[in-house]
Design a protein around this ligand. Structure first.
Ligand code: GDP
Ligand code: MG
Length: 302
C-alpha cells in the first residue's frame, strides 16, 4: 500500500521549514515512540543537514516501554557523541534522543530545554536568543509539546492529521524562541510496512487509505506480538488464527452485525484501530529496533 497523500499545505510547510532552517540553532524532531523509524521523515534529515537535533520519541505513555528503551539505545548507537579528543563531526550533526509524553508536562518542560543547552553553546549579549524549530509528521504531538513548553495553550491540538496549518513562533520564559510547524510527510511513501504503521497510528487521514487492509495489518501484528492484550481487551476465549478471524471475532463480540447476521468488517476494524490509537489495548509499539524482531507465525492478512 503506497501512500500518496500530500495536500497542498504540505508543500508550503516544507518551503517554510526550508526557509527558516538557516536561522535555527537546534531542531526538535518529534517522532511517534510507537514507531520511531516509520515516523522519521527523510525530508527533515535532508533539510536539517548538520544542524543539531533532538529526536523526541513522544507518546511514550502509549508505547511498549521495553521497546522504547531499545529504540533509545539504537539511536544512541547510531548517533554517538563526538569524541572530546578528536571533536570529529558525526554525520548528520549532533543528535540526542529522549522518550517523553508531551501530555505529561513536567518531564518535557524540564528535559527539552536541558538537552537544547547541551547541544547549543550559550550565546552572549542582548538579543542572542536560542532558536529551535519543532518539526515532524502529522499527529505526533508537535503542538501539544509547544503548549506544554509554554505552560498554556498557544497552539491548536487535535487527534487527526493537518490540524496545524501555518508556522507559529513563541518565546519561552527562558528566552528561547520556538516555532511550531504543520506536519509534513514525503511525497511518496513506498515502504509498505511503514505506510501501514503510519496509517494505523493516525498520521494519514482514514479517508486517504484502504482502511480494511490497515486494520488487517494491525490485527496480524497484535496477534503475533501482543496476543495477551487482545485476549484481555476483547475477552477472547481462544486466540484466532488469522488477522481476519480476529476482526470477525471482535465484530461478533461487539455486535457489529449487518442485516442477515454477517459481521460489519468496517465497524469491527474501526474498533480495533481506535482502541489502539487511544491506548485502550495497553502499551503497544508497532516497530522494533533492529535485533528485537517479533516472533513470526501468524499470517498478517489471511
Ligand atoms: N497519549 C498521548 N497523546 C498525546 C501525546 N502528545 C500528543 N497527544 C495527542 O495526540 C494528538 C495529536 O496532537 P497534536 O499536538 O495536535 O499533534 P501535531 O499534529 O503533531 O501537532 C492529540 O489528540 C494529542 O492530545 C502524548 O504524549 N501522549
Ligand atoms: Mg500541530
Amino acid at each position: 500500500m503506497a501512500i500518496q497523500w500530500y495536500p497542498g499545505h504540505m508543500t508550503k510547510a516544507r518551503r517554510l521549514i526550508a526557509e527558516s532552517m538557516p536561522s535555527q540553532d537546534v531542531i526538535i524532531e518529534v517522532l511517534d515512540a510507537r514507531m520511531p523509524r516509520a515516523s522519521e521523515n527523510p525530508v527533515v534529515a535532508e533539510l536539517r543537514g548538520q544542524k543539531p537535533c533532538i529526536k523526541v520519541l513522544n507518546k511514550s505513555d502509549l508505547a511498549d516501554p521495553a521497546v522504547t528503551t531499545g529504540w533509545l539505545r539504537h539511536l544512541e548507537a547510531e548517533h554517538p557523541a563526538p569524541s572530546e579528543a578528536t571533536r570529529e563531526a558525526t554525520p548528520g550533526g549532533k543528535v540526542l534522543a529522549i522518550a517523553i509524553s508531551a501530555t505529561q508536562s513536567s518531564e518535557a518542560r524540564r528535559r527539552i530545554p536541558e538537552l537544547c543547552k547541551r547541544l547549543v553553546p550559550p550565546k552572549n549579549g542582548p538579543g542572542k536568543v536560542v532558536r529551535a524549530m519543532i518539526v515532524g509528521i502529522p499527529n505526533v504531538g508537535k503542538s501539544t509539546l509547544i503548549n506544554t513548553l509554554m505552560e498554556r495553550k498557544v497552539a491548536k491540538v487535535g487527534d487527526e492529521p493537518a490540524v496545524t496549518k501555518s508556522q507559529q513562533l513563541v518565546t519561552l520564559k527562558s528566552g528561547m524562541a520556538i516555532s511550531d510547524n504543520p506536519g509534513i510527510l514525503w511525497p511518496k511513501i513506498d515502504d509498505e510496512a511503514s505506510s501501514f504503521r503510519l496509517a494505523v497510528g493516525g498520521a494519514i487521514p482514514d479517508t486517504a487509505i484502504d482502511y480494511q487492509s490497515v486494520a488487517l495489518f494491525a490485527a496480524g501484528y497484535f496477534l503475533r506480538r501482543y496476543p495477551e492484550l487482545l485476549v484481555a481487551r476483547y475477552k477472547l476465549k481462544g486466540l484466532p488464527e488469522t488477522a481476519s478471524a480476529l476482526i470477525e471475532e471482535i465484530g461478533r463480540r461487539r455486535g457489529c452485525l449487518r442485516s442477515g447476521g454477517a459481521v460489519d468488517l468496517h465497524k469491527a476494524s474501526d474498533i480495533l484501530v481506535h482502541d489502539f490509537r487511544a491506548g485502550r489495548l495497553g502499551r503497544i509499539s508497532l516497530e522494533e529496533p533492529p535485533g528485537l524482531e517479533p516472533p513470526s507465525g501468524i499470517e498478517e492478512s489471511a
